[in-house]
Design a protein around this ligand. Structure first.
Ligand code: 5GP
Length: 190
């Protein structure tokens, strides 16, 4: 593996995407892996930027052809990480960031144990619920499902290498950049 693989997880609504975008503005040499999903787009989401929005049938075919390095059913929809772009970016010398759920991260950990696993946590579950409601993009039953999953996901913090609490945004960005810089400096066995 030429490049590094940073895997970011954390409950829905914790601010992973906003943090990741800011980290990518500040740290060069990173590529974000856009996932495929069967979930319908939210207002403002762009095909090929936020996700590749695919039908359940197309997802199933990609899965059968082994095109995903991991896939999972999250909150009732399917999500998967396409393999090919990652391999190309590594060949070109980039490091890659995945933003995936805990089930997906555990699969990647098996196939790519040298990945760097980072968990983003909210300051509290109450703060997370407030955030999800403010985002105003999901119906009530969806919010409850996301809160139940948040509890389950937090139980997996121990499976990650780093924990970043997204309380103060600027501080969280700095911590993520620090992790990336430190990992790039780390001496690895060849
Ligand atoms: P959302 O629907 O809110 O965009 O994402 C729901 C959850 O699915 C988030 O935790 C997000 O990180 C996760 N997710 C997004 N893409 C993937 C993927 O390719 N694989 C897996 N396992 N989870 C993903």
């Amino acid at each position: 593996m030429a490049g590094l693989l940073f895997v970011i997880s954390g409950p829905s609504g914790v601010g992973k995407s906003t943090l990741r975008k800011e980290v990518m503005n500040r740290c060069s040499g990173l590529k974000y892996s856009v996932s495929c999903t069967t979930r319908p787009p939210r207002p403002g989401e762009v095909e090929g930027v936020d996700y590749y929005f695919v039908t359940p049938e197309a997802f199933e075919e990609m899965k059968e052809r082994g095109e995903f390095i991991e896939w999972a059913k999250v909150h009732g929809n399917y999500y998967g990480t396409p393999r090919r772009p990652i391999e190309e970016w590594w060949r070109e010398g980039f490091d890659v960031i995945l933003e995936i759920d805990v089930q997906g991260a555990l699969q990647v950990k098996k196939s790519c144990p040298e990945g760097i696993f980072i968990f983003i946590a909210p300051p509290s579950l109450r703060a997370l619920e407030e955030r999800l409601r403010k985002r105003n993009t999901d119906p009530e039953d969806e919010i409850l499902l996301r809160m139940t999953n948040a509890n389950l996901e937090m139980a997996h913090i121990k499976d990650y290498n780093y924990l970043v609490v997204n309380d103060d945004f600027e501080e969280a960005v700095q911590r993520l950049c620090a992790i990336i810089i430190a990992e790039r400096c780390r001496i690895r066995e060849r």
